[in-house]
Structure formats: structure tokens, C-alpha cells
Design a protein around this ligand. Structure first.
Ligand code: CAA
Length: 256
């Protein structure tokens, strides 16, 4: 891949490091393009089971690239595809974990929220400061945030740039765990490796089912869950998992 992201794969885990350090990992359209191309490539690659996205210690990402947007017209923004690229993250079937240290602001926070899990360093700061620029969040910040923290806190964050420390984010259910700053990436990779060793089709359908909960009524969600549950009884891994339990041994997953 190009210059905007750095990648490596170990133990079934694909790691993407955002690489725009001079601008605190501001999300240029080129960076978002490379990031989402890589996600799509790994989604189709059997060697990768789980994906981790991280920045650096100082910044996960400080938002969309203000330099690119400063003189843009509405039509420029519409045609730039920058925000549409966030929809590609939503289409990834493998689990994505954000490993966040330092700033996760604006589009950076929206990127973290588009992931499936968030592991935060104690130094992480989450916020939607777009109001300071005379705009509002445009890549999910008013929607994903509100679904997680509720109307009142979301209003304060979107209308008045209220920022959350890692501990506050944990209290409001926005992050999976907060760890010391030296450990955030290892903790995210460790979580990723654990999930990467699990039955791949069950992981895929589990992600699909949980995401569906955000899109549907309870009854439609329960029906959807049931169909996915039945479908797993068509897999070799279900037979293997239950047989291994009865034989008191570790299962050997095939992803079939
Ligand atoms: N876009 C472009 N460049 C950015 C940037 C961004 N979002 N955030 C930081 N930078 C650049 C700064 O311009 C600066 O560059 P120079 O060294 O060339 O001057 C460099 O990164 C370091 O930043 P600071 O000197 O400002 O660092 P700091 O430690 O004093 O402050 C900060 C850190 C509080 C994060 C501050 O940089 C800041 O407020 N950044 C902007 C945050 C923001 O408003 N994000 C929302 C963007 S809009 C958006 O995201 C909308 C959307 O997705 C749809």
C-alpha cells in the first residue's frame, strides 16, 4: 500500500497504523481511501481474521483534514467521497478493533465509533469539536454517538465540544476497556488474537447479529438472530465445537 497507512499481519491479525503524524493523523481523503482499500482486501483474505486500527501515542486521529476542507464548497464535499468511504468500514464482515491513544476527535472519533470495539489508553480524549469550525459531525458522529451515550450527553458533545477522558468514555459505554498508556496497542492486539482463534463463521455471524440490533426493532432482530443461529448448525465448526466439548478437548476450527 502507499504512504498514508502502515500495515502488518501476525497471528491472523491485520494491523493498520494511520500514518499522517505531522497533522496528528488527520484523515485526508487519500488516507481514508488507502485505509478502506486495505480493509476490503483483508476482509477477503483468509490469513486475516481480525483487524486492528491504531494511530500513534499522541493521536489516534484529530479529525478530517481541515486543510483540505477549508475552502471546499458543498459540491466539492459531495464529490470528494471522503464521507462515503466511512460506509465501506460498515461493510467489513470481520471484527475491527480501534486501539486509541491520545486524540480521537471529529472524524477520528467517528472512525473509532465505526469500529466494532475500542481499546483505549488512559490518555485517550474523545470529542466532536466540529462546532468550533462552524459545522457538525458528518461521518456518523451525531448518530453512532447518540445511539451509544443517549441524547443528553450527545447534545453536549455535538453542540458544545464536551470532550470525554478515557475513564468517562468507559463509564458511558463508549470503550471496551481502558489500559495504561504503554499497553493500549498490546491490549488491543491481545483481544484481536483471542477473537482470531475462535470459530470464524460464528464470529462473522455474531458481528452481523449484534450490528443488526442497532438497525431493527426487537422482534425483527430476534428473528434475524434465530436464522443466523440455525444457519450455524450447517457448519462443520458447530459439529466440531460441540464434539470437542463432549470429548473434553480443544476444538480445531476449519472456518467451514
Ligand atoms: N486537520 C488538519 N491538520 C490538523 C488537524 C486536522 N483535523 N488537527 C491537527 N492538525 C495539525 C495542526 O494544524 C498542526 O499542524 P502544523 O504543525 O503544521 O501547524 C499539527 O497538526 C499539530 O497540531 P497542534 O499544533 O494544533 O497540536 P496541539 O497539541 O496544540 O492541539 C488538537 C491538538 C487539540 C487536537 C488540535 O490540533 C485541534 O484542535 N485539531 C483539530 C481538531 C478538530 O477540529 N477536528 C475536527 C475536524 S472536522 C471533522 O472531523 C468533520 C468530519 O469528519 C466529517
Amino acid at each position: 500500500m502507499g504512504q498514508w497507512i502502515l500495515t502488518e499481519v501476525t497471528d491472523g491479525v491485520g494491523l493498520i497504523r494511520l500514518n499522517n503524524p505531522k497533522a496528528l493523523n488527520a484523515l485526508t481523503p487519500e488516507l481514508m481511501r488507502e485505509l478502506t482499500d486495505q480493509l476490503a482486501a483483508w476482509d477477503a483474505d483468509d490469513q486475516v481474521r481480525v483487524i486492528v486500527i491504531t494511530g500513534n501515542e499522541k493521536a489516534f486521529a484529530a479529525g478530517a483534514d481541515i486543510r483540505t476542507m477549508a475552502t471546499a464548497s458543498a459540491v466539492d464535499m459531495l464529490l470528494s467521497a471522503y464521507i462515503d468511504l466511512f460506509d465501506r468500514i460498515d461493510r467489513v464482515r470481520k471484527p475491527i478493533i480501534a486501539a486509541v491513544s491520545g486524540w480521537a476527535l471529529g472524524g477520528g472519533f467517528e472512525l473509532a465509533m465505526a469500529c466494532d470495539m475500542i481499546v483505549a489508553s488512559e490518555t485517550a480524549v474523545f470529542g466532536q469539536p466540529e462546532i468550533n469550525l462552524g459545522i457538525i459531525p458528518g461521518a456518523g458522529g451525531t448518530q453512532r454517538l447518540t445511539r451509544t451515550v443517549g441524547k443528553y450527553l450527545a447534545m453536549e458533545m455535538v453542540l458544545n465540544d464536551r470532550r470525554l477522558t478515557a475513564e468517562e468514555a468507559a463509564r458511558f459505554g463508549l470503550v471496551n476497556r481502558v489500559v495504561p498508556k504503554e499497553e493500549y496497542l498490546d491490549a488491543a492486539l491481545d483481544l484481536a488474537r483471542q477473537i482470531a482463534r475462535r470459530a470464524p463463521i460464528a464470529v462473522r455471524l455474531g458481528k452481523e447479529a449484534v450490528k443488526f440490533a442497532l438497525e431493527s426493532t426487537l422482534q425483527a432482530g430476534l428473528q434475524h438472530e434465530r436464522r443466523l443461529f440455525y444457519l450455524l448448525f450447517a457448519t462443520e465448526d458447530q459439529k466440531e465445537g460441540m464434539q470437542a466439548f463432549l470429548e473434553k478437548r480443544k476444538p480445531q476450527w476449519k472456518g467451514r
